[in-house]
Design a protein around this ligand. Structure first.
Ligand SMILES: Cc1ncc(COP(=O)(O)O)c(C=O)c1O
Length: 399
């Protein structure tokens, strides 16, 4: 079969990795605990690894309270979602989680999507119309870009975290429609926070709607765990929050949190919502319990995560490893070429460290990198070993 040049190029890369024995993707996980796992080796054995490829940032997913809530939800409602939410798949659990999310972020309403990706696609494809202009940080997550494309609105990417560039684009834009500014709260492939203070000022000055994806930041960041917008003091100036339960909320699924009319519009028209089954009961049970745990233990867990994340950043820097703009619990190590990144990833895995590599198109060409998800459960010993192994692997794998 014939593919597009982009697909052909990706397949060429995969073939090369396989030939060279350094295929770095899809490790088969046979068993997983908090920060350790067993993965299958090339010769079919199993090998223990310390996991830095997880987004269970606040280490909630193994707690008894969370696991038992998932099981209890299954006992009450079964394993699957019965049908689409509009026609029978909307349970009291869905209702409760919607209310919990809206209350958590202090917004009037919320609705749940099967994934965070669908939340972004659904939100942007519905909020923006042809004739509108959507200003998007050019390093935003791909699901945001997809939603904007589907909306038919004009997409205007601005330079990463550059509020001045955003202002220029808004000043020059003469399109008659609405303006929507959208950013990731914490950039998942770069590890830095959106400059939300300045961005909110610019959005407000131009009467633009502000949308923030708090996928990696809700839970860990902000004095009360509401995310990057809370951390930077602009939560009440954000019109629409999108996010996921698949990171700090110990489960899976996405959400959009906004004014009642926006949520009603999504509920009744967003294709990514209406045409896909809702979240299964176990996932909702787990998320609800995660919110309950955070009410009591949030401050302690956030403090611990901030400490482990700071420690890894400092240890890597001290070991001479570049961590670019990493500022929180997503720690990024630029490596450069696709091949070198694959080789470093495989070497680390063989030495017992599971780290996520990022390749184009998720990152710019020439910008392949390693991505560490630090959690509140990592020990100083884990962090020390990680820094040592990474600095060694980079030295041993030539550019
Ligand atoms: C910034 C950002 N937004 C949205 C998503 C999608 O979330 P989900 O995994 O729930 O689809 C991700 C994914 O991992 C992400 O990094």
């Amino acid at each position: 079969m014939d593919f597009s040049p982009a697909v052909n190029s990706a397949l060429d890369t995969v073939d090369t990795w396989r030939r060279q024995g350094c295929y770095p993707l899809f490790p088969v996980v046979a068993e997983a605990r908090d920060t350790t796992a067993r993965i299958r080796t090339a010769d079919g054995d199993e090998q223990p690894v310390t996991v830095f490829a997880s987004a269970d940032y606040l280490a909630l997913s193994r707690l008894d309270q969370v696991r038992h809530a998932a099981i209890e939800a299954v006992e009450r409602f079964g394993t699957g979602a019965y049908g689409t939410q509009a026609v029978g798949g909307f349970t009291t659990l869905h209702e409760q989680l919607e209310a919990t999310v809206a209350d958590y972020f202090g917004k009037p309403a919320a609705l749940l999507f099967p994934t965070g990706m669908q939340a972004n696609v659904g939100a942007l494809a519905t909020l923006a119309r042809p004739g509108d202009t959507v200003l998007t940080d050019h390093l935003n997550h791909g699901s945001i870009t997809l939603g904007i494309r589907l909306s038919g609105a004009h997409m205007a990417p601005f330079r990463h975290n550059d509020a001045q560039h955003l202002h220029e684009l808004l000043r020059r834009s003469t399109a008659p429609g609405r303006r929507i500014v959208v950013v990731d709260g914490l950039f998942s492939a770069d590890g830095d926070l959106a400059a939300l203070g300045e961005i909110a000022d610019v959005a407000e000055a131009h009467d633009a709607v502000l949308v923030v994806d708090e996928a990696h930041s809700a839970g860990p960041l902000g004095p009360r765990g509401r995310g990057a917008a809370e951390q930077l003091g602009v939560l009440d100036r954000v019109d629409v929050i999108t996010g996921t339960f698949s990171k700090a909320f110990a489960s899976t699924g996405g959400f959009v949190c906004a004014g009642a009319r926006v949520v009603d519009a999504l509920r009744h028209t967003a294709v990514a919502y209406l045409l896909s089954l809702g979240l299964p009961p176990a996932a909702i049970g787990a998320s609800l319990a995660a919110f309950q745990v955070l009410e009591k233990e949030g401050p302690r867990r956030r403090e611990r995560l901030a400490r482990t994340a700071r420690s890894l950043r400092e240890r890597l820097r001290t070991a001479g490893v570049d961590i670019a703009g990493s500022a929180a619990h997503v720690v990024v190590v630029p490596v450069g070429s696709v091949d070198r990144t694959a080789r470093v990833t495989r070497r680390l895995r063989e030495q017992g460290l599971l780290v996520g590599p990022l390749f184009p198109p998720a990152v710019p060409i020439g910008g392949a990198r390693l991505r560490f998800g630090v959690t509140a459960a990592h020990t100083e010993e884990d962090l020390e070993r990680a820094a040592l192994l990474v600095s060694r692997a980079l030295a041993e794998e030539p550019v």
